[in-house]
Design a protein around this ligand. Structure first.
Ligand code: GLN
Ligand code: ZN
Length: 757
């Protein structure tokens, strides 16, 4: 018997980002709700049909006009009072929750577990009431049925929904009330003829306490009694660490889904603990990455499961929703065919599910012909010189522990840097980018389309840089930047120039709402054939006597925002990137740079979901940063930047970065975040942001002065820098100029006041 196949969710932005286009047109008033809905319907239909061509279980209800967590909140009537009491089909009210409306702030946006997708954070309160509106699922179910597809509704489960809500001191106290609403939703689905529901509970895999698992058990029993069979679905981490696996299996769910890409070690304990009736859904096709599945590795697990349970109790699935990968690798004609053959995006993954199921059912002798192509591609990738560059490997192997330490300790470096740079107290600077104007985007598009030649484009960028430099001189900043007009994206810019990366043309994945990102694909050993930033830096420095910062993206951030090869540990790949950036630092120094910033915007984002893995990650991630900057000369001032404000749980690690200057986000918290450094003062220099660049608002001089005063209460003035929270690329010049003028003026006023002694 061929095991059944399931895909847990599908990309929803459209093969050509049709949904993005339609959403933005709708928000701009260029199309009406009917036109938006018709595009959405088409996008869904295409996705379902692509899935149904290969797999048995097709998801429905995972599609969203904005975000699936928002859809859940909406369906449960968990709508904060400031939005009124909208009807279930009030589209503008729905978007108001996501994007705000006049005078009404939207829900907060935050990262969906450890992905680069962002969800809207439900706001729940103590006396929260829920209702149940099943329209979202019923509508999509009918549409799928009209196409002849009997799809399986996907519901984000109550435990995860509550835990994903905005910090609420006891979220699970709402579990009973939430379960009532879920019971009613499931009842409605049952009446609509639904036999099985995929109940997503990814948060079960995140260090749950025994009390939480008890509460969940009770909730689950109530939901399972309603009618539709529940496929209890976990992903992104394993359940095997704290007994969660055994406890969930003891509930005898109709099916339990395990992410065996992230945690294959769950399979054996699951087979040992599983009862007589539960089926196991094996998440074997990676929904988080773009590589072709190794069929033999997957079949080894499938065979173990079918031997224990019989193929009737085994489902072969994607590890998670395919939301996190692009649609079609076959379409990437710009990537050379050899590399393309190693890739599997959503289309290819759907076909892989089918192939694995057929192979699972085939006698050993028939597997060879079935798997011939897949095996050949996987083997080729393993042996290819494109993934193994001996020079890179030798260099990495030759590293010794003190190759990740700067030649002198910070105090000695600081003295040399002070003498070299001669900066005032409370030096002012920015984080790197200046406004990416429509003009810049247009020139980039023209250049890409071949209508603007290299020379013309270069001249244009040099003019942009000249404007940015003279604006900063007029404003009176102390350490200048070139403004990054040549960068479409802080990772893609470097990936385009490094060996070991491929750039897709259509590989878009949803980041949030209509926002998409196109991560580079890191397939092979990383090396830097030539300097990447020096000519822009040199041009910028030639225009001013003030120090010009070199501006680089750090290895952890490049890793974090790419699709990364899965054939070696991530830390090894990261160290290769570190060496490439190390070389760029050396080139910038040779060109004369005295200040170099290495951005690590995504360092915190890489934190593993389970506590037990975090220290190990932080250790190698910070080692990689240290390796990047280790050979910077003592008199070169190394800056780093991180755009977030949660440091409390990683202060030790941040200190270990040993950057000469660290800039962080702080303005929205009114410097409260500096508390994190109370017990363990940051020993080097630090620039807590004093200008919130997420809003078009221009801060007044006095506000900035107050923030600086608050910062000085915690950090001695001799270590303090004055800068915005993050880069300015999303802002307009009309805000940036006055805001930076205010920032410079506030620094001047503080300098005039004697510091606390
Ligand atoms: N240097 C980058 C910029 O200013 C940093 C961006 C970031 O931290 N996300 O745009
Ligand atoms: Zn930032």
């Amino acid at each position: 018997m061929i095991p059944r196949t399931a895909v847990l969710g599908l990309p929803r932005i459209g093969r050509n980002r049709e949904l993005k286009t339609a959403l933005e047109a709708y928000w701009a008033g260029r199309i009406d709700a009917g036109q938006l809905q018709s595009t959405a319907r088409q996008v869904r239909a295409e996705a379902w049909q692509a899935a149904a061509a290969h797999v048995d279980v097709v998801p429905v209800g995972d599609f969203s006009l904005y975000d699936h967590v928002l859809d859940t909140a909406w369906a449960l009537g968990a709508i904060p009072g400031r939005f009124g009491e909208p009807d279930g089909d009030d589209l503008d009210a729905y978007f108001a929750l996501a994007r705000g409306s006049v005078g009404v702030r939207p829900l907060e946006l935050t990262k969906w577990l450890d992905t680069n997708y962002h969800y809207l954070v439900p706001e729940l309160h103590e006396q929260q009431r829920f209702q149940a509106r099943a329209g979202h699922w019923l509508g999509q179910l009918d549409e799928a049925r009209a196409l002849g597809i009997e799809a399986r509704p996907v519901l984000l489960g109550p435990l995860s929904f509550l835990l994903l809500g905005k910090r609420h001191h006891r979220p699970l106290q709402l579990l009973d009330t939430a379960v009532e609403a879920y019971t009613s939703l499931l009842g409605t689905l049952e009446q609509a003829g639904v036999a099985e529901v995929q109940l997503d509970e990814p948060l079960l895999a995140l260090d749950r306490t025994a009390a939480e698992l008890d509460a969940f058990a009770e909730a689950f029993r109530a939901l399972a009694a309603v009618g539709p069979a529940l496929s209890l679905t976990t992903y992104f981490a394993g359940l095997h660490r704290d007994g969660a696996l055994e406890r969930l299996l003891a509930l005898e769910p109709v099916e339990l889904h395990l992410d065996l890409v992230r945690a294959p070690e769950q399979l054996d304990p699951a087979l040992a603990a599983i009862g007589q009736t539960t089926r196991l859904s094996l998440g074997l096709v990676d929904g988080r990455n773009v590589w072709r599945t190794n069929p033999d590795a997957a079949l080894a697990l499938i065979d173990r499961a079918t031997a224990a349970l019989g193929s009737g109790r085994v489902t072969i699935g994607s590890s998670c929703s395919l939301l996190h990968v692009p649609w079609s690798a076959a379409r990437e004609s710009g990537i050379d065919p050899q590399l393309r053959g190693w890739l599997a995006f959503a289309d290819e993954k759907l076909a892989e599910l089918r192939l694995l199921a057929l192979a699972a059912d085939a006698p050993a002798s028939d597997r060879g012909p079935l798997l011939k192509e897949a095996r050949a591609e996987v083997e080729e990738r393993e042996r290819s010189p494109r993934t193994h560059d001996p020079a890179v490997r030798d260099r990495l192997a030759a590293l010794s522990p003190d190759t990740s330490r700067r030649a002198l300790p910070y105090p000695e470096r600081a003295a040399l840097q002070r003498a070299r740079l001669a900066l005032p107290e409370l030096p002012t600077t920015t984080i790197g980018s200046f406004p990416q104007t429509a003009e810049i985007r247009r020139a980039r598009a023209e250049h890409r389309a071949g209508r603007l030649d290299d020379c013309g484009y270069q001249r244009f960028l040099e003019e942009c840089i000249a404007e940015v430099v003279s604006a900063q001189e007029r404003i009176g900043l102390d350490v200048l930047v070139h403004g990054e007009p040549e960068r479409n994206d802080m990772v893609e810019y470097f990936a385009e120039q490094l060996d070991g990366f491929a750039i897709t043309a259509h590989g878009w994945v949803q980041s949030y709402g209509s926002r998409c990102v196109k991560p580079p694909i890191l397939y092979g050993d990383v090396a830097r054939p030539a300097a990447m930033t020096v000519r822009w830096w040199r041009h910028a420095q030639s225009l001013t006597k003030r120090p010009m910062k070199g501006m680089l993206t750090g290895p952890v951030t490049i890793l974090q925002w790419s699709f990364v090869r899965d054939d070696q540990p991530r830390e090894q790949t990261c160290a290769q990137i570190a060496l490439a950036i190390q070389d760029e630092i050396a080139d910038l120094e040779r060109a004369g740079a005295a200040v170099i910033q290495v951005d690590e915007a995504a360092l915190r984002e890489g934190l593993p979901l389970q506590q037990a893995d975090r220290d190990r990650y932080l250790t190698w991630a910070i080692d990689c940063f240290r390796l990047t900057t280790a050979h910077a000369r003592p008199e070169t001032q190394v800056h780093t930047h991180m755009c977030y404000s949660e440091f409390a749980d990683m202060v030790e690690h941040v200190v270990r970065l040993d950057a000469d200057v660290l800039s962080i986000e702080a303005s929205r918290s009114g410097m409260d975040i500096l508390e994190a450094f109370d017990g363990r003062p940051y020993p080097n220099e630090i620039g807590p942001g004093v200008y919130d660049i997420h809003s078009p608002r221009v801060p007044e001089v006095e506000e900035i002065e107050q923030l600086l005063t608050a910062a000085e209460a915690r950090i001695d003035r001799g270590r303090l820098w004055v800068n915005p929270d993050c880069g300015l690329k999303t802002r307009g010049w009309q805000e940036v100029v006055p805001a930076l003028e205010h920032l410079v003026e506030a620094a001047r006023r503080r300098r005039a006041v004697a510091g606390p002694s």
